[in-house]
Structures are given as structure tokens and as C-alpha cells.
Design a protein around this ligand. Sequence first.
Ligand code: 8LH
Length: 473
Amino acid sequence: MEEWNFPPNYNKDYFPDPNSPYWFRDRETMDPEKRDELIVARIRDVMAYAYDHSPFYQRKWDEAGIKAKDIRTLADFEEVPVVTKQELRDSQAKNPPFGDYLCCPESDIHHIHGTSGTTGRPTAFGISRRDWDTIANNHARIMWGMGLRPGDTVFVAAILSLYMGSWGALIGAERLGCKAFPFGAGAPGMTARAVTWLGMMKPAGLYSTPSYALRLAEVAREEGVDPKEFGIKVLFFSGEPGGSIPSIRDKIQDIYGAKVVDCGTMAELTPWMHASGSADTEGMLLWQDIVYTEVADPNTNRRVPYGEQGTPIYTHLERTSQPMIRMVSGDLTHWVMEDNPCGRTYPRLPKGIYGRIDDMFQIRGENVYPSAIAEVLEGLAGYGGEHRIIISRGGSMDELAVQAEFDQETANKGPDAVKAMGERVEAELSRVLGVRARVVMVEPDTFPRTDFKAQRVVDDRDLYQSLNQKRGG
Ligand code: 8LH
């Protein structure tokens, strides 16, 4: 059996056979029932370790009357109370700076990172040297599965400060023996410089958010460069929906002439690539032997059957500094268990992660996700690349308006073409979402582009009213 211990102690020099599509063939392709048995044993190890090292887990599990040794099946594990983001914040407020779920001495901390949000108390990540190496090994393994190989250049086009995404991609690339280029993002003029550097370095892999890859392509074209000239083979995305949304994925694959792989869960769950597609499998595989993921009913926190929707609940099986044990994400997805083209025997999220349950809104009884609107727009010729979703909450029913840019080609054709485009958007949204949206078409480049995760929802009754009047509605 390949290395699979707790705590892990990966051989830093290990590489698989260059012809193997797998880093750890056994772990990736084993009978899922056999894997589940091993996962249960590993859960017991991690729980016993966390109990011994953290007052947070002691309190939580003593109150629930749960002990590691009682976990004999995955169903038993569903009795373990979930961990929320708020509990982590509270723990850090009371036990600054890393909280009383830090399971290693502070002196073992090798890297400090933190959440990227701008509101509320941020969460600090204290990552030990051991965990840093484990994360690098896990990510290298998953990036191998994406088709990246030692010697490839990997260009990290995401903010290198309070964003675990960039760091995770960087250390995975380093462990994989790639030429890692921590280019970053977010500074003024940086996207145009990225275009120059991409042309010079011709990386095999590019990491960013899907929104930023679209932005980068726009800027490349403004600079007279066809993004295909970068010679990228794999674009791997995380941070937001897009990489598993067919219209967005296909558009980006087309623009760059490269394969898109969707990955990423939450910064707290680093190695966050543990949900990731592979070179041959679309959507996201759940690499259960690294982080055990349950897709659960958000009301009961119990697993839903394959084929159904739920919220992911994550459990680290290899982390020792701040292990998350049943951390509830608040996202929504659906999972399936099918034969995967790449031969890995993991469950899969065929449409990736749709978004946060909190971001969902209800329009006349229909649940609508912002990502579903992006999916429709990206699939329509004549779309200018950005939009805003305006929801008026407050009355008995939410109302929905969409401001969508038309592209320059449509603009050149004149007002009738713009009007027809608006009607097409409205018809398509109503067909796909099952709800009527007020659509207002706006000039190309009306909205700022993002170099991080797109924020498109505006929750505003006044704006909704003014758009309504504009349309005479
Ligand atoms: C996603 C996805 C995805 C994250 N599809 N939604 O980038 C990976 C990690 C580091 C990250 O983004 O963590 P962060 O900043 O804590 O954000 C987590 C949230 O981002 C997560 O709950 C999702 O709502 C979203 N997300 N990757 C769809 N591939």
C-alpha cells in the first residue's frame, strides 16, 4: 500500500512512474467500499488526535457524548456535531490568535495565512511545517492528475496575500517539480503585464479564478494577443463557480485552446484541491482519502443519497495543526457515484459547487443561483462579458432584474440588434430558470472586471425600482 498514515510523513522524493496517470494508483482506484473502511479507521485516528490536543474538540464532543473509538461506520460519524465558521471565529476571539482548535504548539507554526473576507473578524490559519509539506504533497498529487508534470511552468495568477488559493497552487507546483511562477494579481496594470509574461514564459499550467481568466483574455485581446499564443495546456480554477459550468468552461477552453479543471473548496480545508477534476474527468472528484466529504442535508447534517443535492461537510484526514472535523461549508452541490473516465473511484460533483446557500434567492417559488444566470449569459452570442443581478428582497416575493452587457459586435449592429439581444436574454433566462427576469442591456465595459472572485449580486430595492421604470415595466 502506498503511503497513507496519520500523521502523514510523505517521502519528499517520491514520484510515480512517469507513464502513470495516477500519483497513488491504489488510493485513487481502490474499491470504494474498501476505501470507506480505511477512511473510518483514519477518522478514528484524527478524532483521537484532535481530542487529545484541543480543548475545542474536547468540549464539543464531551457535550455530545461522542468518543473517537465509537466511530465504527460512516453512519456513526454522522452523529458527530458539525463545526461552523462562526465557532472558529469565536474560538479565535477567546483564544487569540489561532483558537483552541490549534492542535500543535504555536512554535511549530511555519506559515500564517488568513481569510480574505472584508467584513467581520477574519480567521487566522496557523499551519505547521508538517502540514505545509502534507498540503504540498496532496496538491502535487492532484495536479499530476490534472496532467501537469515535473518541469512544466505553472503561472499563479491570483492574489498572493490573504488568499489560500494562490499559496496552495504554488506549493503544489513546487512539490511537483514544476517551474513555479508566483505572478499574483490585484495590483494596477498587472493584468497587462501578465499578458506580456505569459507570452514570454508559455506556461503549461495557469491557476486563477474563472472570472479572472476571462478578464485576462479580454486584456490580451486589447493588447492584440490571442490567448492561444500563451500555449497553456491546463487552466485550473478555484474560488467560485465556473469551471464546471458548461457554457463558461467551454468558452474558456475555446479562448485559450486549453483544458479547464475545476477545483477548490474552502481555505479552512486546505489542501483545498481535494475536490478536483482530472485530465479526463469533468466536474469535481472528491479525493476522499485526503479530505472526507459528505454531501449532507443542511437541516440534519446527514448524508443524502448519491444523485441528490446537499451541502458539503468536510473532514481533514491528514492535517495536524488545525484539523477540521465535520466542517459545514454552507455551499450547495449534488454528488454522484459513477464510473469516472479517468478510472478514479471517487464520488463526483458533476456540476461542481453551485455557490453558497445564502446566495440563493427565491423568485416566485423557484430557487435561483447567481451562477445559473452566469451560465445562461455566457452561453449566448452577443453577451459582453459582465452583468449584475439585482434582487429586491423585502416584499412577500423577491423580484429579479439583470443588467447585462452586450458586446461590441452587437453594438455595431445598432439598437435593433441590442433590443433583440435583450429579448433573447429574457427568453433564455425564463426558459432555463423558470422565472421571469427584467433584463436591461447595457453598453460594453459598463461594469468593472475582477481580478479575484466576481461579486455580481446587488440586493437593492431602489435600484430595482429605477430599472423597472427605465424599462417602462
Ligand atoms: C467555489 C469553488 C469552486 C471555492 N466552485 N465555488 O480557492 C479555493 C479556496 C482556497 C477558496 O476559495 O477558499 P475561500 O476563499 O475560503 O472561499 C470558499 C468558498 O468559495 C466556498 O465556500 C465556495 O462558496 C467558493 N468556492 N472554490 C464553486 N471551485
